[in-house]
Design a protein around this ligand. Structure first.
Ligand code: ACK
Length: 330
């Protein structure tokens, strides 16, 4: 594996509480990559109190990443150190020693055998008896893979069983639990989406990708200063208008995630160009109820997309609602 050295090694100081020896880490195949980052499957010897080998996921930067991307990865490292919850991805360690000598910075997190929730949902479509997709939009991911097959990529994961409405509620409940925990400890995720939730063994959802996560200020608001990557179709009106981020803007994103769940991983606002979205939302437009979505679940989505953040439910309330729905067998 050719991995990128860190853009500015001076930023990376080894933390003895988390430092893991590189020689005890065997990198295996890539699991996926974004514009600047890469995730690899690896085996770690004697990590996080577990003796013997553990399959782990390693996040690192790609060649060409700049100091800003390193800052995001290091901020993810710092934030993951503060969290411990069954529905939040667990930090296992990091390799920082040697970065000054050109070694890559490696963040080691728990491995989720089913990958991202988005890909899990999309794969679960193909398990349907007639093989038909519930949505007519083109499968952008499948097309991208078909156009550029990646050598040495991880073997494709098996299609999970079709996701039932109860599975969807169960996923929503788990994610609401993880988010209730994060908002309790005053962390705002800022990039909550199905692509950033992992599915581990037994269908356990783990909130992940904390690169954009921030500690909130005293008034519970995070103001984003610079531009940078923005997940427009998951963003609340106030985040789009004023760069205002609170747990209630995470609740808006959660509403979009609910829509992704119900549509088994479709892309939100199909046909809407990102530059038109703000105006549309401001004039009251919201995504329609997907065909297979219960009126009760759709009402919840609409509440999450309330223009006034105070009118949106909290994650604790959402958690309780899903618990009740699961109990009632809705
Ligand atoms: O949907 P996927 O197969 O699952 O593709 C993405 C890719 O890496 C880029 O994010 C996969 N991935 C990320 N983190 C993990 C992890 N901790 N365990 C397993 N797969 C992961 C994700």
């Amino acid at each position: 594996q050719r991995l990128a050295p860190v853009p500015d090694a001076a930023f990376v100081a080894p933390d003895p509480r988390w430092e893991f020896p590189r020689k005890q880490l065997t990198l295996e195949q890539p699991l996926g990559e974004g514009e600047f980052g890469r995730v690899l499957r690896a085996r770690a010897l004697n990590i996080a109190g577990h003796s013997g080998y553990t399959t782990v996921a390693v996040k690192t930067l790609k060649d060409g990443a700049c100091a800003g991307e390193l800052a995001d990865l290091l901020s993810e490292f710092a934030l993951l150190q503060q969290v411990r919850h069954p529905n939040v991805v667990r930090l296992l360690g990091a390799c920082s020693a040697g970065c000054a000598a050109g070694e890559p910075f490696l963040l080691i997190i728990e491995f989720a055998e089913h990958g991202s929730l988005r890909s899990y949902l999309r794969r679960s479509r193909h398990a349907e008896s007639d093989g038909a997709l519930p949505c007519s939009e083109p499968d952008a991911l499948a097309l991208a893979h078909a156009a550029a097959p990646r050598p040495r990529a991880a073997p494709p994961r098996r299609a999970p069983p079709p996701a039932t409405p109860r599975d969807v509620l169960g996923f929503a409940w788990q994610i609401a639990k993880g988010m209730a925990y994060l908002s309790d400890i005053k962390l705002i995720h800022r990039d909550l989406a199905a692509r950033n939730v992992l599915v581990a063994e037994g269908g356990i959802c783990k909130i992940s990708d904390f690169g954009l996560t921030r500690d909130v200020y005293e008034d519970d608001t995070y103001m984003k200063r610079s531009k940078g990557r923005v997940p427009v179709k998951w963003m609340s009106l106030e985040s789009l208008a004023d760069h205002m981020y609170t747990s209630k803007s995470d609740v808006w994103s959660f509403g979009v995630l609910l829509w992704e769940l119900v549509t088994l991983g479709a892309s939100p606002y199909p046909g809407v160009a990102v530059h038109n979205l703000f105006h549309l939302l401001k004039t009251g437009y919201r995504m329609q109820r997907p065909e297979n979505c219960s009126p009760a679940l759709y009402r919840l989505m609409r509440l999450c997309w309330h223009e006034n953040p105070d009118e949106r439910p909290t994650f604790k309330e959402l958690m309780a609602i899903f618990e009740k729905m699961l109990e009632d067998g809705v």
